[in-house]
Ligand binder design. Structure first.
Ligand code: SAH
Ligand code: SF4
Ligand code: F3S
Length: 451
């Protein structure tokens, strides 16, 4: 509470990084809300400024440093404002952040968000603070995230990662793997359904490692799917090592489990995969892809690829390109290798020059763009079911929404509403988007998923 105006203090929060960070930010807002703070979408109204950060690549951190610079200016004009750095960068850099960035008042890692109100209160009284202990149990199980949008919800089902891929900082910033109980996840999905959410994405760095006693991730997915057949269920990320037959069959068996799997391969070279400690080879990966395609007809697949991992040669790059073509992904997220302190790869020589990393990255992007274009052309003339997300970015006359297979579709609004399902006939497509017109509006409960 502001003592002179008697108004609740306002929190402004910016989020960087993966969806787990987006979900965490909703937990943070819920905790702050419970302590009497209100959320503001405008920096210039903020008494408390949080930035929830990502440390996965150097450029992710650079962006945050830029923002901290902006906040420093804001604080100069508004003394007394509290600036907090949260998330993975806070966990990685710890007290160094407090020392190097004079604008920063508090530094809080991903497992310490319950302490935010106390730390902010101390900071308002002029005392800087840090909380970066990682926990083996913290799941924020009992906290209902403060969600801002009413159609799609993120829901973390596990935290941390035990995989220790040699390039990756996540096991250090997020700590050990731990799962929420199946019961608490189901309860939250029931609440989402009651609130009218139409889609939920279950999140974890490696959801396939989910475990609650006898229940594995396939059991969790099946239970979530049963809560509300009119709700789409997505999940990310799957590690190719732990993707069981049971999980694949479960996806195939439930109509509202979306036929889209993000299955990061990272490289098409077995030698590089081994250096990355990915614990599978390309043969395993390709067999897995075959099995997925066979069991889930029409499935769409995407991947993550790193370009320029230490010692990567032109031959390794060729193998990556070949694998991309063989799988025929619907989409790919591509990154230049960025050395991260503390990881095993940090001690390897970062010997692929930046210009070559860029060349290889661009080659991959181009190959993937062509594949995506061809795949999307095959959709022309088809009818697809779309969940309407909201107005299209480019035109107010149009809506955008997604297919079950996670393809973006743009179409004229035609009296429909966001959050509704509709059937769209595809008229044209580029490599990223499908365009069409409404054929029918659906009453989902009756038409599609009667069970
Ligand atoms: N848990 C997920 C991904 C986490 S990070 C998984 O295992 O797939 C998201 C992606 O960032 C990774 O898949 C990887 O492609 C990329 N990435 C992680 N560390 C990186 C680094 N040091 N340099 C470049 N890309 C990296
Ligand atoms: Fe990082 Fe590997 Fe864990 Fe993914 S599985 S978060 S890439 S260590
Ligand atoms: Fe980044 Fe942390 Fe996610 S490092 S990718 S925000 S888990």
């Amino acid at each position: 509470m502001n003592e002179t105006t008697n108004k609740p203090l306002s929190v402004y929060l910016e989020t960087y990084g993966c969806q787990m960070n987006v979900a965490d930010s909703e937990v943070v807002l819920s905790i702050m809300n419970g302590a009497g703070y209100r959320r503001t979408a405008e920096l210039e109204n903020a008494d408390v400024v949080f930035v929830n950060t990502c440390a996965v690549r150097e450029n992710a951190e650079e962006r945050v440093y830029g923002r901290i610079g902006d906040f420093w200016h804001y604080k100069k004009d508004n003394p007394g404002v509290v600036i907090g750095v949260l998330g993975c960068m806070a966990e990685r850099l710890r007290k160094n952040l407090l020392e190097s960035e004079s604008a920063v008042d508090i530094v809080v890692g991903p497992d310490e968000y319950r302490r935010l109100p106390e730390l902010v209160e101390n900071a308002l009284a002029g005392e800087k603070g840090i909380a970066v202990r990682l926990s083996r149990v913290e799941n924020y199980d009992d906290i209902i995230p403060l969600r801002t949008e009413g159609i799609s919800a993120w829901l973390s089902v596990m935290r941390g990662c035990d995989k220790f891929c040699t390039f990756c900082v996540v096991p250090f910033t997020r700590g050990r793997e731990r799962s929420r109980t199946l019961h608490s996840v189901i309860k939250e999905v029931e609440q989402l359904s009651a609130q009218g959410f139409k889609e939920v994405t279950l999140l974890g760095q490696n959801v396939n490692s989910y475990r609650d006693d006898a229940y594995d991730f396939a059991d969790l997915l099946a239970s979530v799917a049963r809560v509300d057949r009119s709700m789409r269920v997505r999940f990310t990320t799957s590690h190719p090592q732990d993707m069981s037959d049971k999980l694949i069959e479960t996806i195939a068996a439930h109509e509202n489990l979306c036929k889209y799997i993000h299955l990061p391969v990272q490289s098409g070279s077995d030698r590089i995969l081994q250096l990355m400690n990915r614990t599978y080879n390309t043969e395993h990966y390709l067999n897995l892809v075959e099995k997925i395609k066979r069991t889930i007809p029409g499935v769409s697949l995407s991947t993550d690829i790193i370009s320029g991992f230490p010692t990567e040669t032109d031959d390794d790059q060729k193998m990556t390109i070949e694998l991309i073509k063989r799988v025929g992904y619907d989409g790919a997220f591509t990154f230049k290798y960025s050395p991260r302190e503390n990881t095993k790869a940090w001690h390897m020589d970062d010997d692929v020059p930046d210009a070559l990393k860029t060349t290889r990255l661009n080659e991959i992007i181009e190959v993937q763009r062509e594949i995506s274009w061809k795949k999307n052309q095959q959709e022309i003339g088809q009818t697809v079911e779309v969940l309407i997300e909201g107005p299209s970015k480019k035109s107010d006359e149009d809506f955008c929404g997604r297919t079950d297979t996670n393809k973006m579709v743009i179409f004229p609004k035609g009296g429909l509403k966001a959050g509704e399902y509709c059937t769209i006939k595809i008229a044209r497509a580029n490599s990223a988007t499908l365009f069409g017109t409404v054929v029918a509006q659906e009453t989902k409960e009756v038409v599609a998923y009667a069970s």
